[in-house]
Ligand binder design. Structure first.
Ligand code: HEM
Ligand code: HEM
Length: 199
């Protein structure tokens, strides 16, 4: 199987990047909702171990998605996607827009998560990634915006959790997955095969 995309199929690298990212999204959701629904909350004495570990896992997975999307964009720029399946101009436009929107959330979700979190990340329990607040970019940005750190964190956190995490990401991924299944089972074209077996 070729590493690069061909006119007929996505290549091995694009497939690994795609399915790896999909798995990481699943991990980001499972870890954060496991923390919220199945662990005791933090209190004045700190956080229970399982609560803290689940949070750290969420932060680590989220940061990984942020790094992988940059590699993915570079690979995408260097490597044209396969020829689209036959369809109307409107269908092709909808597919393109959907894919750009997915790239946008792969950037915005990690970015807002990172910028809105006031703790360091213990990256997969291996090493520390400093919180945004303690990076030089933070002070430059806050003085440019003339906003106190707390206010900034509140807004960014709202975008991360209430707009992206709870709504937009679900809608986009559900729409994307439904479209893939529609192409495979109803239109019976090669859309899904291009990203899987290549047959
Ligand atoms: C693609 C990557 C990410 C996705 C899909 C994602 C998704 C989510 C979701 C769904 C929630 C829960 C929203 C709710 O309360 O209903 C959440 C909360 C949170 N996220 Fe992310 N996130 C990502 C990346 C990050 C990153 C990189 C960080 C920080 C380094 C981060 C920090 C947080 C924090 C601190 C919370 C609150 C946790 C809690 O209240 O239990 N996230 N995120
Ligand atoms: C079960 C879940 C998923 C299925 C079945 C699926 C399926 C597919 C398929 C069949 C394609 C090729 C579409 C085409 O050639 O027109 C594709 C492309 C793509 N998928 Fe997914 N996907 C899933 C999850 C995700 C997730 C979680 C993301 C990111 C948040 C994502 C982002 C993308 C992007 C950006 C492309 C376009 C790649 C490019 O050409 O640059 N997918 N997906």
């Amino acid at each position: 199987m070729p590493l690069k995309n061909t006119a007929a199929n996505y290549g091995t690298i694009a497939k690994w990047l795609h399915w790896g990212t999909a798995l990481l999204f699943l991990g980001a959701y499972v870890s954060v909702y496991y923390r919220q629904w199945f662990t005791a909350p933090c209190d004045a004495n700190g956080c229970p171990t399982n609560n803290w570990n689940a949070l750290q896992l969420h932060l680590s997975i989220g940061i990984s998605i942020g790094v992988i999307v940059l590699l993915r964009i570079l690979w995408r720029l260097y490597n044209r996607p396969p020829t689209p399946e036959p369809g109307t101009r409107l269908e092709h436009l909808a597919i393109k827009t959907g894919h750009y929107a997915l790239y946008a959330i792969m950037i915005l979700a990690p970015l807002t998560g990172y910028m809105g979190t006031g703790i360091n990340t213990d990256f997969f329990f291996l090493f520390e990634v400093p919180k945004f607040e303690s990076t030089p970019l933070s002070s430059t940005l806050l003085s440019a915006l003339n906003t106190p750190a707390e206010q900034f964190e509140k807004v960014v956190d709202f975008i991360h959790k209430d707009i992206l995490g709870r709504w937009l990401i679900w809608i986009l991924i559900a729409g994307h997955t439904t479209a893939a299944l529609y192409h495979h089972f109803i239109k019976k074209d090669r859309t899904l095969q291009k990203m899987t077996t290549g047959k």
